[in-house]
Design a protein. Structure first.
Length: 297
């Protein structure tokens, strides 16, 4: 099916159309949400944008831009971006640091390198952590992120879990808490791609530690918990796609630690997205392959 009426998308490097999510009450209200890169507003280049729209006769209608990160940048990396609704109906989305690690992630007056929270209509929740901070971006929920390309809701606790790309080493899984600083680039378990260091520390007071990190990097993308009876004792496991090594990583979580990992669909291709369908089965989006249904042997 070809969907018409998409917004103009700024395609550069890692930018493009990045996520599509249905409102939790989609059957009643018809809203769907997309994250994409747009060249609208400030300066040349583009940045990550969140829009909601409705689908009528395979065409997007009633399009509303809810958030646009500024300023634009001509850099081609680290747009994010994933969208998740929590149990209370709040809309969360991620935007990467846009390749400007020393400026954006630690500055709450700037977009990029953040997890954001909005009401479903794009307004700012009254209890967002920085609503009373002068010049802060009021939509920010947490900061100090590099490039989160995985986000999901824990089916039992309702917590927001993310993963993000590190540089060379230091890909992370994090549980996102309101107002917290996740450290990038002040603390990291990775190094520059050249092998040189950009920081000497992995811990600092006031900065969150990851629940798990990968070294070497797996280049994570896509993320979902198994929450069904289709996979036996895998129920409750976390699934993370690997772009770099082209497999699905099954993570066994105990006491908020990854205690075991297993490669599934090894060699399937660059895994971009992981979702559990209404039927309880896991569906994996793979670049240049399509959608793969996960079956347990």
């Amino acid at each position: 099916v070809n969907i018409e009426g998409l917004p103009e998308i700024y395609v550069r490097g890692q930018g493009g159309l990045m996520d599509v999510v249905l409102h939790p009450n989609y059957k009643e209200n018809g809203w769907l949400y997309i994250s994409y890169s747009s060249s609208d507003e400030n300066g040349s280049g583009g940045n990550t944008t969140i829009m909601r729209a409705k689908l009528k006769n395979n065409q997007l209608v009633e399009k509303q831009v809810l958030y646009k990160a500024n300023p634009n940048s001509t850099r081609g990396q680290h747009f994010g971006s994933r969208i998740v609704f929590d149990r209370d109906g709040y809309l969360y989305f991620t935007i990467g640091d846009r390749g400007d690690r020393d400026v954006n992630p630690q500055d709450i007056t700037r977009d990029c390198g953040k997890v954001y929270r909005l009401n479903d209509d794009g307004t700012i929740p009254n209890d967002n952590p920085f609503v009373d901070v002068v010049n802060a971006k009021k939509a920010i929920f947490s900061y100090g992120h590099r490039n989160p390309q995985g986000m999901t809701l824990h089916p039992k606790t309702g917590e927001i879990w993310t993963h993000e790309h590190g540089p060379k080493g230091g890909d992370e899984i994090n549980i996102i808490n309101m107002g917290k600083n996740y450290g990038w680039p002040v603390i990291s378990y990775g190094v520059n791609y050249s092998g040189t260091k950009f920081t000497d520390i992995t811990h600092k007071e006031g900065m969150e530690q990851p629940l798990h990190y990968w070294d070497p990097s797996i280049a994570p993308s896509g993320m979902a918990f198994i929450n069904s009876n289709k996979y036996g004792d895998w129920n409750g496991n976390l699934l993370v796609g690997s772009l770099k090594f082209q497999y699905l990583d099954r993570c066994v979580i105990k006491d908020k630690k990854v205690v075991k990992e297993e490669r599934l669909l090894d060699g399937v291709g660059r895994v971009r997205s992981v979702e559990q369908g209404p039927d309880g089965y896991i569906y994996v989006g793979v670049e240049n392959v399509g959608i793969v249904k996960l079956l347990r042997q």
